[in-house]
Design a protein around this ligand. Structure first.
Ligand SMILES: NC(=O)c1ccc[n+]([C@@H]2O[C@H](COP(=O)([O-])OP(=O)(O)OC[C@H]3O[C@@H](n4cnc5c(N)ncnc54)[C@H](OP(=O)(O)O)[C@@H]3O)[C@@H](O)[C@H]2O)c1
Length: 364
């Protein structure tokens, strides 16, 4: 697993090559504030190889945070990450490995009959009830998640997953009410607390697309305050001194800044409604930003008025620096399967992040 010594040692390798605060505290050690994502792309051996190469290069050059999910590219992304970790000239203890579970994963390719695959692979062996499923493809039932944790550990070739996210739990709101979703999240957290005590996960998180950035009256809304309370309750049930909930993941970019602008979460002290970023800061949760480049779009063009406020030589660097400058964001993920993009993206970290005033100016 990522350790204090391993990640601080990794940071020292780079001396003062990066700007101040490029490395930030995360879990037991430090993480680069730029992470490599593995979501997009066809499920082909060629794309696997590109991800392997990109991650190998990134680990050598200053990125020690990799983000994946068991369902990405039908488990091929996790396996490519595992291959890159095994081949890299970097200790396992130096790297933050994050993955997610929630969507039913296919195995390498899309089966001819997805429904039959789900029944044979998960329902018949008793890992899932049909009632657990939303859209026939998403569940957060404890036994199912626990099985996915083990499959991910195997795909990644690691004993411990540093940060295990419950993946897009708002998907469950399609089939049950909000209180029932919170109950299910609490049961999932209890399982993750057990797996944390066993050393199979270091900490856990909640990865979302809509839940935390939408207004309170939105169908996909989940309250951060309730999620944190459910993690505390799960820790208590599991006999843990404090909860292992350490991070939330949400999209955050120049064109999707709702996590900073939409006040939908009640501040634990003031009682005012604040943004997801402010809430996370107030409660010590790390925020990992996804889709930093708006799935590639921002690498070619950023709205001019905003662009003028940002730092970096290229549009991709400026978009990355927007996300990693936001107050409360620990790491900005950039999906990178082209090895040629790696040096450009890492070099964004040689620029000082925007200060609070400059960041606010982007919104004026
Ligand atoms: N709900 C969730 O949990 C959730 C949702 C979305 C994303 N995520 C995580 O966040 C990560 C990042 O999001 P994302 O991959 O969706 O989108 P993204 O990071 O905004 O964009 C990725 C795209 O940008 C391209 N790109 C990267 N660097 C570039 C550069 N320097 N110049 C030009 N193009 C460049 C990539 O191309 P190449 O591949 O060719 O390099 C890829 O097509 C994901 O990989 C995933 O790990 C999580």
């Amino acid at each position: 697993m990522a350790t204090s010594q391993g990640t601080w040692g990794y940071r020292e390798r780079f001396g003062d090559a990066f700007a101040r605060t490029y490395f930030r505290r995360f879990g037991p050690g430090v993480t680069s504030s730029i992470g490599l994502g593995t979501y997009l792309g066809e499920s082909t051996p060629e794309r696997d190889e590109r991800y392997r190469e990109s991650l190998t290069e990134a680990l050598a050059a200053g990125i020690n945070h990799v983000d994946t999910a068991i369902n990405y590219r039908y488990q091929r992304s996790e396996r490519a990450v595992g291959d890159a970790l095994a081949a890299a000239d970097v200790d396992r203890e130096a790297v933050v490995v994050a993955t997610k579970g929630g969507f039913v994963p296919f195995d390498g390719t899309r089966p001819d009959d997805p429904g039959a695959y789900v029944r044979e692979e998960f329902v018949r062996p008793g890992l899932l009830d049909v009632d657990d499923l939303a859209h026939g493809s998403h569940a957060i039932a404890p036994a199912f998640l626990s099985e996915l944790v083990d499959r991910s550990r195997s795909n990644l070739g690691v004993d411990t997953i540093d940060c295990y996210y419950v993946h897009n739990p708002e998907t469950q709101l399609a089939v049950r009410d909000r209180d029932a979703v919170y109950d299910r999240l609490e049961a999932a957290f209890e399982e993750l607390e057990r797996r944390r005590r066993a050393g199979d996960v270091g900490g856990y998180g909640v990865a979302t697309w809509d839940a935390f950035r939408v207004p309170r009256d939105h169908d996909a809304y989940l309250s951060l305050r309730e999620v944190v309370a459910r993690a505390d309750a799960a820790a208590e049930t599991a006999g843990a001194a404090e909860s292992g909930l350490e991070a939330i993941q949400l999209p955050f970019s120049v064109t999707m800044a709702d996590a900073f602008t939409v006040a939908a979460h009640r501040h634990p002290e003031s009682g005012d409604d604040v943004s997801a970023l402010e809430y996370a800061q107030a409660t010590g949760l790390d925020v990992v930003a996804s889709a930093t480049l708006a799935q590639g779009e921002l690498a070619s063009s950023i709205p001019a008025a905003v662009d003028a406020e940002l730092v970096g030589e290229t549009a991709a660097q400026r978009a990355i620096n927007f996300a990693r400058s936001a107050p409360g964001v620990t790491t900005a993920l950039v999906g990178t399967s082209s090895p040629a993009h790696v040096p450009e993206n890492i070099a964004a970290g040689t620029f000082e992040p925007l200060g609070a005033r400059a960041f606010d100016a982007v919104f004026e």
